[in-house]
Design a protein around this ligand. Structure first.
Ligand code: BES
Ligand code: ZN
Length: 616
């Protein structure tokens, strides 16, 4: 019943898109998928997979319901490094083998899989296996985990890696529901972006159902030595035993965050909200897999100062998972809106001072990125062609997107803008939309209702021009102004008063130290504040980066250890980038990298090899 209802919603969404602009339907614009959603779409998936840790392979079947929009007799799926054993169609109540063909390999898109589906079939079933090098999976041996008892594996499907672990119409313009059956070695627990049991029997057989239609990049899987600990009735943490208590303590505010977000933007529509702690090699800070966000352990800092990351992944339950970018050119609709909502959640729970500090840190990251990016890559509605979205990942969709929404809030007033956003989430719930659709909606529901406040020219400048508009908000934190004042005093020999500083102030302090700081002063700071040994991964990162620039030798061993134990790309790649600037450091970095590589995720490997071996 629930599924039928959602299929109806999906169909409705499709009709709206097609009739609104038949020639520029959202999926026709997704240059990163071979799918032809306007011919046949796949509203439901059933997975049956064996997780084979010895072979580093997922093996089994993917079965799709077919929804025909015309008389096409072929289905086009995305794949990457998959072995396709057999394809079948369901006709007249029985499975029947059918022909398929794999296209040439495209470096960023993978391979098109074309399956003959005839005119009558209702389902298609693909028997397949993944490659050990699948770009969307990481396989860890027991030795690479904390307890060393069980292996661990996890997926990271966004943006276009779902196709490396299942044949799929891998475009965010698609929405589908799914059921899954997973087989693991006994004693391990498998979880998915679906309904996870809180008291699972660890018998090696797990079944899942995701009844709400989501986009392919949100299908997720992980398996390992996982325990469960509840924070509240609707929030629990899944983690390896070593960190489960710490993580549950760190994220105790999550239920309050859900309540605060619902008050601003409407109901949380995904039933439970659970958090999964990944191994330190997880390449991102977090990933908003529906019902089960995947989170790096590097934010379990012991002082709850990095929980904006949880606010961020939770915010995606509205911006991203409920209203979804139709293509990767529209990613700012996911990340910009989410960064804005994240900051509103932080303000609601912890007040303006902390929210503004976080805005200011993001703003600085944006300015840093913009100074090294080509102007065309600082556009919100970015021109990607068939470039891999991973290759152009930056703070632009996040922070420039957030600044745009802050700008609209400032111009229209908070009350008006809040009700606009809330309505937006309702009107596009469970739909995928393009930048053009958003602009049309904005024009009709905000600009036209409050004339002469913001022009469409201004909106177009934000969305289609490089850099920042002259009148863009410039987040400025009083707390940080105090930090800067103190720093000036300290540089002249005075004392620092840091008793009430949190991670935020420390990050700002380290990031704004003068680049000509003497090694004597570096040493003095380190002795007093133990930056080199900081167990806060963000503070250690900022300090280690400065240490590379300043050739501060006492931090070398810590730097080596850091690069060998953490694989979160945002923390790792700026260090390799800095090291690559001098020949001696580059040589050292390549040695460390080769040692670290077996523990890095495929994404972390790709990005950092491009920095360390640019000639390849
Ligand atoms: N959805 C992203 C992660 C992502 C983006 C994966 C693009 C692949 C392609 C996630 O929500 C995210 O933005 N994570 C950030 C969180 C931060 C901005 C608070 C991260 O991982 O650092
Ligand atoms: Zn995000």
């Amino acid at each position: 019943m629930a599924i039928k209802q959602h299929m109806k919603q999906w169909l409705y969404a499709t009709t709206v898109v097609v009739s609104a602009s038949a020639t520029t339907s959202a999926w026709a614009e997704d240059a990163h998928s071979y799918a032809k959603l306007d011919e046949v779409s796949t509203p439901h998936l059933e997975l049956d997979l064996t997780i084979d840790f010895d072979a580093k392979q997922l093996r089994g079947t993917a079965t799709y319901d077919l929804l025909r929009h015309g008389d096409a007799s072929q289905l086009h799926l995305d794949t990457r490094e998959l072995s396709i054993q057999k394809t079948e169609i369901w006709v007249d109540g029985a499975w029947q083998e059918t022909a398929h063909q794999l296209g040439d390999e495209h470096e960023s898109l993978g391979q098109e899989l074309t399956i003959s589906i005839g005119e009558e079939s209702e389902k298609v079933r693909i028997h397949y296996a993944t490659a050990p090098t699948a770009s969307g999976l990481q396989w860890l041996t027991p030795e690479q985990t904390k307890s060393k008892k069980f292996p661990f594996m996890f997926s990271q499907s966004q943006p276009i890696h779902a196709r490396s672990w299942m044949p799929i119409q891998d475009t965010p313009a698609l929405r589908l529901t799914y059921d899954a059956k997973l087989h693991t070695p006994k004693g391990m627990l498998a979880v998915m972006s679906a309904n996870n049991s809180l008291s699972p029997e660890r018998n090696g057989e797990y079944t899942f159902s995701m009844p709400q239609p989501i986009s392919p990049y949100l299908i997720a899987i992980a398996a390992g030595e996982l325990e469960v600990k509840s924070i509240s009735d609707n929030v629990a943490v899944f983690a390896e035993p070593y960190i489960i208590d710490d993580a549950a303590w760190e994220w105790a505010d999550t239920p309050a965050m859900i309540t605060a977000t619902e008050a601003m933007y409407g109901p949380y529509r995904w039933d439970r909200y659970d958090l999964l702690v990944l191994p330190p090699s997880f390449p991102f800070g977090g990933m908003e897999n529906p019902r089960l966000s995947f989170i790096t352990p590097t934010v379990v800092s012991g002082d709850r100062t990095l929980i904006n990351l949880i606010a961020h992944e939770l915010a995606h339950s509205w911006s991203g998972n409920l209203v979804t970018n139709a293509s990767w050119r529209d990613m700012w609709l996911n990340e910009g809106f989410t960064s804005y909502v994240e900051n509103r959640i932080m303000e609601a729970l912890f007040g303006e001072r902390r929210a503004v500090m976080e805005q200011a840190l993001g703003y600085q990251d944006l300015l840093d990125d913009m100074s090294r990016l080509a102007p065309k890559d600082t556009v919100l509605n970015i021109e990607l062609g068939t470039r891999h979205p991973d290759d152009v990942f930056s703070n632009v969709p996040y922070v420039k997107g957030q600044l745009f929404l802050m700008y609209l809030e400032e111009k229209f007033g908070r009350e008006t803008f809040d009700s606009f956003l809330r309505q937006y989430f309702d009107d596009f719930a469970f739909q995928s939309i393009s930048t053009a659709q958003f602009k049309e909606y904005l024009a009709r529901n905000l600009l036209a209702k409050h004339p002469n406040v913001v022009s469409m020219d201004k909106v177009n400048e934000w969305i289609h021009q490089p850099g920042l508009p002259e009148d863009a908000p410039k987040p400025a934190s009083d707390a940080f102004a105090q930090v800067e004042k103190q720093m000036q005093r300290w540089l002249k020999g005075g004392q620092l008063e840091t008793a009430d500083w949190t991670t935020h102030e420390w990050l700002h302090f380290i990031n704004s130290l003068p680049l000509d700081i003497s090694s004597v002063n570096m040493k003095r700071l380190d002795e007093q504040f133990q930056f080199t040994q900081s167990s806060n991964a963000e503070i250690a990162h900022a300090w280690l980066k400065l240490s590379i620039t300043k050739d501060y030798e006492p931090a070398r061993e810590r730097l080596r250890n850091y690069l060998l134990t953490i694989g979160r790309n945002k923390l790792v790649s700026p260090l390799y980038r800095e090291l690559a600037k001098t020949p001696e450091n580059l040589k050292w970095a390549r040695e460390v990298y080769q040692q670290a590589k077996p523990g890095y995720h495929p994404l972390t490997q790709t990005v950092n090899e491009a920095l360390l071996y640019p000639e390849k």
